[in-house]
Write a protein that binds this ligand. Structure first.
Ligand code: ZN
Length: 208
């Protein structure tokens, strides 16, 4: 099963690399950074927490290298990561997370080593509000916000879409697909089509 997964991952890698600057490494590496939880509160607003034991939304790792990753992992690994994320004596040391990085500067993902994403190629449509997630290196945090217009000129950042039901989906895709999404000034009532992948650590929509 695992071999099949690795094989299909390699095929996907080759296909993706030949298309765009969408880099994927099968090699497990260590990424250092601060862990942040972004979830939707009772009023429907995106709220950010640096101190948490549970996260009902998306987890982001703000890398000390300056890159922002949406983090996805198996239930067991994520539990351990969240426990290690607590501050000690009021100070939060950057975490050292093991994983595989996928994507590019405008949409990095970090997968923990044992994560096996559901195989799924069914196209799904998601309608909602598009939010930009800007890294805030000074605070060791992120700022999720609805942009006033195109955001492709802004510093590299991540995105998610929030439905009226309060579900959130991390957005990933090729650089071209992400940039075309960023160029669209429409941010509310946006309909995106892509392939949906889910696991215990949140939904991912691969836009195309
Ligand atoms: Zn944006």
């Amino acid at each position: 099963m695992r071999n099949i997964f690795v094989l299909s991952l390699s095929i996907v890698t080759i296909a993706i690399l030949s298309l765009n600057s969408f880099a994927q490494t099968d090699k497990v590496q260590i990424i250092r950074g601060q862990l942040v939880c972004v979830q939707i509160d009772k009023t429907g607003q995106a709220s950010v927490s640096k101190e948490f034991t549970e996260c009902a939304g998306l987890l982001y790792l703000l890398g000390v290298d300056g890159d922002l990753y949406s983090l996805h992992g198996s239930e067991e690994e994520m539990k351990e990561i969240k426990q290690n994320s607590k501050s000690r004596m009021g100070y939060r040391l950057p975490l050292r997370l093991k994983g595989k990085t996928v994507g590019h500067q405008r949409a990095w993902q970090l997968y923990t080593p044992s994560l096996e994403l559901e195989e799924n190629s069914i196209k799904t449509t998601v309608t909602g509000t598009l939010l930009c997630v800007f890294p805030n290196q000074k605070e060791g945090s992120v700022n999720p916000k609805i942009a006033d217009g195109p955001c492709n000129e802004a510093e590299p950042h991540a995105h998610f879409i929030q439905t009226d039901e309060g579900e959130i989906y991390a957005l990933h895709g090729t650089l071209d697909d992400i940039v075309s999404l960023e160029k669209n000034p429409k941010r509310v009532d946006v309909t995106l089509t892509g392939i949906l992948r889910a696991n215990e650590s949140g939904w991912i929509l691969y836009v195309n």
